[in-house]
Write a protein that binds this ligand. Structure first.
Ligand code: 5GP
Ligand code: MG
Ligand code: MG
Length: 195
């Protein structure tokens, strides 16, 4: 698995430090605002590692839930019309939701999810994404209520794996984030984005 990585972008130590900084900001903002318990909603599967690290640094009581969105399949290109394939278990009416993502690329997935959480009655929606690829944004992210945007690292326009992120469902368990070697894409039919 390690042999498939061309470049490590963020090491495990760098990630840990950044996660603590993000959690500190969230601790500060959440304690200043809400009386209701915030709900952290992870976008499965990619956000599971980040969500687990993040919530363990949150010092207030929070609830945790997941949604699943289908758009990527086994390739590297989004089909542009994500659909919610696994619903929330928790009720988010009048709740502050912190939507936790692995990476924001075109913004299609997040926009869809924010609309959805709004329609479920969330009073505000913040976004906390581990990585952000602003250069590839097609849809702007419209937060709800007093929601804020928290971003871990700005990612170059490369397809990355590790720390929860996959290629064809592999590499999620790498403790760092890296760029895959080109030979790893061979045999996969779907075209990958130009890097
Ligand atoms: P968007 O809807 O913003 O275009 O895509 C968001 C989703 O696409 C992310 O949640 C992630 O699952 C996937 N994605 C986008 N860029 C990358 C990448 O570089 N690596 C991996 N592994 N997944 C990505
Ligand atoms: Mg994701
Ligand atoms: Mg994926």
């Amino acid at each position: 698995m390690e042999d498939d990585i061309e470049t490590v972008l963020w090491s495990s130590d760098e990630i840990s430090k950044r996660v603590i900084e993000l959690a500190d900001q969230l601790n500060h903002d959440l304690s200043a605002s809400s009386t209701q318990l915030p709900v952290f909603v992870g976008v499965a599967t990619g956000a599971f590692v980040f969500l687990a690290d993040l919530v363990r640094r949150i010092s207030l009581p929070v609830s945790v839930d997941f949604v699943r969105v289908s758009s990527y399949g086994f390739g590297t290109l989004s089909n542009g019309s994500p659909s919610i394939s696994s619903d929330l278990k928790l009720d988010v009416i009048d709740k502050h939701v912190v939507l936790v993502e692995d990476i924001v690329d075109t913004g299609n997935t997040l926009s869809k999810l924010i609309e959805y959480l709004k329609s479920k009655g969330a009073s505000s929606v913040s976004v906390c994404t581990f990585l952000d690829k602003p250069s590839r944004r097609k849809v702007s992210i419209e937060l709800v209520g007093k929601g804020k945007f928290y971003g871990g690292f700005e990612c170059p326009d490369k397809f990355v794996v590790g720390y929860g992120m996959d290629f064809a469902e592999v590499y999620r368990n790498l403790p760092y984030v890296g760029i895959l070697k080109p030979r790893c894409y061979q045999g996969i039919k779907e075209e990958r984005p130009k890097n």
